[in-house]
Write a new protein. Sequence first.
Lengths: 89, 134
Amino acid sequence: MEGITGRDLVLAASAIGAGLAVIAGIGPGIGQGYAAGKGAEGVGRQPEAQGEIIRTMLLGQAVAETTGIYGLFVAIMLLFANPLIRLLG
Amino acid sequence: MESVQQTQIKIIKGVGILIGILSVLSFVALAEPKPFIIGLVFGAIASVLNFRLIFLTASKAVKLPPPQAQTYTVRNYLIRYSITGVILYMAATENHINIIGVVIGLFSIKWVIIKNEILKVSFFKDIFKRKEEK
């Protein structure tokens, strides 16, 4: 423990934080998959509504996808452009 | 109701307009707007391509059996997620691209969808009306 500096601690905590932040990407993936499954069921039941189902899915998935990008952005900032390191001087 | 094609064109046009407005604003607000504008354009192009990929995935997924549609969509989502990761990594490591600009460009599609599809004028007009009046 003696050799650990503040910088090392920040780097280690940033790596753990980046790993945790990427977990945010799992949610939209599961959600999009579930929506696609239900969309396929809907088209099977009512084929004439295919255009409307695709349109709704497209908009919903585009909005959901950005939620995952938040986590990815935080992770990449912590790993490659860490603002906390600059604070240490 | 609009077709899928019309919706896509409307949203892509909306992203273009939003990026144009933000670029003009950055000229006024920032001392060095060039990296920010490059980032904005880079992020917007990536988000439009992602949007197109979502459309291709969705239009194929609805023709598959539900369990296969689920796995197909998740697999394509992970590919898109990786592409976004590469874009953000490039923005974080390159000095001439502003990462905040890239992130705003990536999120622009969400704001345009929310503006076009959720925040409609009719929604606010009808919000205080009683059910019987609608």
